[in-house]
Design a protein around this ligand. Structure first.
Ligand code: ADP
Length: 507
């Protein structure tokens, strides 16, 4: 069968989406590829079609054990022989899988990177014909990526163990240039790069700074009561508490997070995807590989990175129809993000790598805060993060629609710059804000900060000053160090503040 026949026979589609065909041709030509395609772009077909056409086995390395089962199930439903191998299976089951591999009985084997060092696995695959190694969610290989997984450290060693090097195809929805370079280096493979556009013109984006997040959420749930709505929280506990809170008010709810047993997860997933339940409250573990029509995605609080945000929002409108993405946040939500940053300390990494991973996580989080607070077009903000240019006014985001109130904070912005100069850039947002609003706390008096010229010079609240500072950072007028105790620093743009007539900030 040629590629068109394969597409029609196994997947029922008549034509390829942009880029799919080029990627497939390159793989069939035995050239290694790295493909950066937006969520919903159709990555799976890019390795599955050539995998079916080439002689031998495709090994798909994926970090998400929970998804392997689903993916294998989908392939089997299409009449394709596929199996998975991971440590959750009994030893006898794993032996059975390896036997099928040796006997060339399967076309696709999904494995977790934890198997990279497993001798039995390596021996089995060296005993059969392997046509392709696919690295799914390839950004997990890089410490600069938003979801680095320690198990990937042995990727290049693993590729070296293979007696014959098959073509390597790597896929991710999100990778900046530094991540792409790092993946190349970690794998020691020369890839041909394919990168699609990251803009999703059918999505409307809105950010809502909220003092009552539940109230604002309910306004949206009522507005979209006829649609399938996916609500993302950062932690399992948050999903549960939101679920039980809304459940009292008889919303049509489903719940999903990694801590639920698989029966409960599939019960809720099926109910939501078959539209028997309207609202899914989930952590990021819900959504990969699912194929239902979701019209609205709402993020409660800050995801850990713009990559996570795009991936989650990207689950809306996969049918290319108008769909809506909201982010409801309050600065105090950052408390939950800090928990994930500190969790790096528990990883099996050396001290320097831990420090680097934590720093990367803080930088990525800062970009999300920037997204929440920017006055720029939100489509432009997102695609420029992925290295693309975008025209300014999209009419598909809350900022371009100009339905947000703004307030001029030029006086406060200048006070911030003055305070940094007077205190020799030694302090972070908290102390600088306290100085400007004239805090009477001992910590301020003890350091004689109540004696400096900018002390008590604004009638705005401390939270408003903090908001001004975080806008100045995201707009590039100030820098912030990425340590455990971040300090504000002046940069080459800081003095521009004295020349601006107004500094408008979203209210
Ligand atoms: P990704 O992994 O890039 O997010 P998937 O591989 O899950 O995307 O594909 C997203 C959806 O698009 C799936 O429902 C898939 O079946 C569908 N799809 C992929 N390629 C095509 C195509 N050529 N024609 C029509 N639908 C496609």
């Amino acid at each position: 069968m040629n590629k068109y026949e394969t597409l029609k026979y196994y997947f029922g589609y008549d034509k390829f989406r942009p880029m799919q065909e080029d990627i497939i041709d390159t793989i069939l030509n035995k050239e290694n590829v790295m493909c950066i395609l937006a969520t919903g772009g159709g990555k799976s077909l890019c390795f599955q079609v050539p995998g079916l056409m080439m002689e031998g086995l495709t090994i798909v390395i994926t970090p998400l054990i929970s998804l392997m089962c689903d993916q294998v199930k989908h392939l089997k439903e299409k009449g394709i022989s596929a199996m998975y191998l991971n440590s959750t299976q009994r030893y006898s089951e794993q032996l059975e899988v390896l036997k099928c591999v040796r006997n060339n009985k399967i076309k696709f084997l999904y494995v977790a990177p934890e198997k990279f060092n497993n001798r039995m696995f390596i021996d089995a695959i060296n005993d059969c014909v392997v046509s392709q190694i696919t690295l799914d969610e390839a950004h997990c290989i890089s410490v600069y990526g938003h979801d680095f997984r320690v198990d990937y450290a042995n990727i290049s060693k693993f590729l070296g163990f293979l007696s014959k090097r098959p073509v390597v195809s790597a896929f991710t929805a999100t990778a900046s240039q530094s991540v792409i370079n790092d993946i190349k280096e970690c794998c020691n493979v020369d890839f041909k790069i394919f990168k699609s556009t990251f803009d999703r013109p059918n999505l409307y984006y809105e950010t809502i700074q909220s003092n009552d997040e539940i109230k604002d959420l309910k306004i949206l749930l009522d507005k979209y009561s006829d649609e399938q709505v996916l609500v993302y929280c950062l932690t399992r506990r948050q999903t549960e508490s939101l679920y039980y809170r809304l459940d009292k008010e008889s919303y049509s709810l489903a719940l999903y997070h990694g801590g639920l047993d698989s029966q409960t997860k599939s019960y809720y997933q099926d109910f939501f995807l078959s539209k028997k339940k309207k609202i899914m409250i989930a952590t990021s573990s819900f959504g990969m590989g699912i194929d239902g029509v979701i019209r609205v995605v709402i993020n409660m609080g800050f995801p850990m990175s713009l990559e996570d945000l795009s991936q989650q929002q990207g689950r809306a409108g996969r049918d290319n129809k108008e769909s809506y993405c909201y982010m409801i946040y309050n600065m105090k939500d950052l408390y939950y993000n800090e928990y994930f940053i500190n969790a790096v300390d528990d990883l099996a990494l050396d001290k320097d790598t831990k420090k680097l991973v934590k720093k990367v996580k803080r930088e990525k989080l800062r970009e999300v805060i920037g997204y929440a607070q920017t006055k720029r077009c939100l489509h432009e903000y997102l695609v420029s993060h992925f290295g693309e240019l975008y025209m300014s006014y999209c009419c598909k985001c809350s900022n371009c629609n100009r339905n947000t109130k703004t307030i001029d904070y030029i006086k406060e912005a200048r006070l911030v710059v003055d305070t940094l100069k007077l205190t020799k850039e030694k302090y972070g947002t908290n102390i600088v804000s306290k100085i400007i609003v004239g805090s009477k706390e001992n910590s301020i008096k003890e350091k004689y900060l109540n004696k400096i010229k900018t002390y008590n010079k604004s009638y705005h609240s401390i939270n408003e000053i903090k908001n001004v500072i975080s806008n100045m950072v995201s707009d590039g007028y100030l820098d912030k160090t990425y340590d455990e105790y971040p300090v504000l620093k002046l940069n080459e743009n800081s003095d521009i503040i004295y020349r601006l007539e107004k500094y408008d900030i979203k209210k």
